[in-house]
Ligand binder design. Structure first.
Ligand code: SF4
Length: 305
């Protein structure tokens, strides 16, 4: 079984559009987050690992070095020839615009980097940031904005201390789509107090606003987080794998086929992951999602409106 037989994967989409394997290379540019420095909140989202938080909004390891390391590993594993620089850690639009341009320019200066993917929060999208991203599009780069939403329910967002609501996401989507920048929204399955219907309603609201890409992942409990304390006190229980797989399959089959899934599961490194331990076996989870869709005689978009 191959995932792309059931799901429109981003990897397959890139392969078709570029005629060669393109892979994301993750970058930690040492950003901060307004949900930690007091601008929006303190302490961060309840699931966000404090230990790896860098209080200095300046790059720790040069971007070219990070890309070189990632390239070596990924090219060997996937035979990818071209890469998208993925500014992943923390809030990658949370700095002055000149500094952002310096970092993004460093990434695209590598001859095999064909694009940028920038992860951020819905309340950290300014006109200047969108203008900057459009400028890379105009130079022919593949550009994506990745927005962490997690849930469309304000009470859930308050519970996990996101420091923003669904309204900020709506505004960010409107502004991003007006500029024609492709958007990938991150959603979490298994948030505190949420059940299957919350995930399906969140997906419906995201689809209604418009999106080009999606990422799904299970809520991880990692060390040095508020969520870890809640779990240790018995205040939160993670989903089991069967439920995760079933909810992910429900979401996939409700998603129109033209939307690309950049990810349908995720894990955290074993040195910090506390639970659920099943999510560390990425291929087991992926195979289970494929098997579930196969068993249902289903695929992405089968029940999309
Ligand atoms: S918005 Fe992102 S970086 Fe900031 S606290 Fe939440 S998960 Fe961590």
């Amino acid at each position: 079984m191959v995932l792309s037989n059931y799901v429109t994967t981003f990897g397959q989409d890139l392969l078709q559009r570029y005629g060669k394997r393109v892979h994301k290379l993750t970058i930690n540019a040492g950003f901060t987050c307004p949900n930690r420095d007091g601008t929006k909140g303190r302490g961060g989202c309840t699931f966000c690992n404090n230990k790896s938080f860098s209080p200095n909004a300046r790059c720790l390891v040069p971007i070219a070095t990070q890309l070189a390391k990632g390239r070596q590993v990924i090219a060997k594993r996937t035979k990818a020839q071209c890469f998208i620089a993925y500014f992943q850690a923390y809030t990658n639009t949370y700095a002055d615009i000149e500094y952002l341009a310096t970092l993004y320019n460093e990434a695209v200066a590598e001859p095999d980097v064909i694009g940028l993917s920038v992860g951020t929060r819905p309340d950290c999208i300014s006109e200047a940031v969108l203008d900057l991203l459009v400028s890379y599009q105009q130079r022919g780069y593949e550009v994506w904005l990745e927005l962490g939403l997690q849930s469309a329910f304000d009470d859930t967002l308050a519970k996990i201390n996101r420091g923003h609501g669904f309204a900020e996401y709506q505004q960010a989507v409107k502004a991003t789509r007006q500029r024609g920048i492709p958007l990938c929204t991150h959603l979490i399955i298994g948030l505190p107090g949420e059940e299957r219907w919350h995930n399906l309603e969140t997906l419906a609201r995201v689809l209604e606003l418009g999106v080009e890409g999606l990422k799904l992942h299970p809520l991880h409990i990692v060390k040095h987080t508020i969520l870890a304390k809640q779990w240790q006190q018995g205040l939160y229980q993670p989903l089991d794998m069967a439920n995760y797989v079933s909810i992910a399959a429900d979401m996939i089959e409700r998603t129109p086929p033209e939307i690309t899934y950049h990810r349908v599961t995720a894990t955290a490194s074993t040195d910090i992951l506390l639970a659920p331990t099943w999510c560390h076996k990425k291929w087991v989870v992926l195979n289970a999602i494929m098997a579930e869709l196969h068993h249902r005689g289903s695929w992405q978009g089968k029940t999309a409106r």
